[in-house]
Design a protein around this ligand. Sequence first.
Ligand SMILES: [Zn+2]
Length: 74
Amino acid sequence: MSKHTCHWPGCTKEVPPAMWGCRNHWFALPKELRDAIWRVYVPGQEITKTPSPEYIVTARLVQEWIKAREESKP
Ligand SMILES: [Zn+2]
């Protein structure tokens, strides 16, 4: 059994499979990114383990946004 954890880098909080991440980190994302994820999310993809190419691209955008944010910290 693999646990589903928050996708925020370094966060190990367990979240429901349909959720991108924990509440804190989810709401740390800009609304545009959250909307983008819901647009491309397909119910059941966490079971089939085959997210759409659009989801993979969006998930990567989110990781890049987080990385840029972390790097801009003092
Ligand atoms: Zn988190």
